[in-house]
Design a protein. Structure first.
Length: 253
């Protein structure tokens, strides 16, 4: 058997939240390319349909299911839909997230809570919903951020707190579930990749960050997706409770 076979996901079923744009779309295509059937979750059903159609046109299996990860019942419904359609859930990618940049002295409770509800709480509700169905050999990957590890010149208390919380959640779920249930739980902390979130940055902001990029460019979506495939495939079978930083070196400067 070739070492490349360790990265294949043939016969597996993956759920990706936040699958309507950016990294979520890249993750969905990569999982499909590796052989998995993909269940796509997001709030924007029209965009989900487009992503699912593109995967299907390329010979993959994909199903779009609208979901609000801040609602535990909606997360349960997504997991149950995946089970009804495919009979199993092997992979969960908790990618749904929002970002804000409010000064801490002016951020309202509603603004702060909305970020935590989606980025952190939503990942927990999805992990609970899928963990009830996952069998030994399954894998969960939480998408954290380099801003869980460092700052970047913007007032992002809610976002940074939510992404740091995901790292703690990852360690705890790995401790609870890997030995007892055979479910590995890891996180990826991406740096700067071209997404709808980075499109919203003020002109010149990304240029100002380039001096902190040891690899002097933004990342390619495929580079982060390749890390995901390693973590959820048999190739990553001895890795759990870890946060893999994919940031071009921003966090070490």
């Amino acid at each position: 058997m070739s070492i490349l076979d360790e990265f294949r996901l043939t016969g597996r079923v993956a759920i990706v939240t936040g699958a309507s744009s950016g990294l979520g779309v890249a993750f969905a295509h990569a999982l499909s390319d590796a052989g998995a059937a993909v269940v796509l979750g997001a709030r924007r059903s029209d965009k989900l349909a487009s992503v699912a159609a593109a995967i299907t046109a390329g010979g993959g299996q994909a199903l779009g299911v609208p979901v609000d990860v801040a609602d535990p019942d909606s997360c349960t419904s997504l997991a149950e839909t995946a089970m009804a359609e495919y009979g199993r859930i092997d992979i969960l990618v908790n990618n749904a997230g929002v970002g804000t940049a409010y000064p801490a002295s002016r951020e309202t409770p509603e603004q702060f809570r909305s970020v935590i509800d989606i980025n952190l709480n939503g990942s927990y509700w999805m992990a609970q919903a899928c963990g009830r169905h996952m069998q030994p050999g399954s894998s969960i990957v939480n998408i954290s951020s380099v801003l869980a590890l460092t700052t970047a010149g913007l007032p992002q208390a809610a976002y940074s707190a939510s992404k740091a919380g995901l790292i703690g959640l990852t360690r705890d779920l790995a401790t609870q579930w890997t030995g007892r249930k055979g479910i590995r739980v890891n996180a990826i902390a991406p740096g700067y990749f071209p997404t709808e979130m980075t499109d919203q940055y003020a002109p010149g902001y990304l240029d100002s960050m380039r001096s902190r990029m040891v690899v002097p460019r933004m990342g390619r979506l495929e580079e982060c997706a390749a890390t995901l495939i390693w973590l959820v495939s048999p190739a990553g079978g001895y890795v759990t409770g870890q946060t893999i930083v994919v940031d071009g070196g921003v966090s070490i400067t």
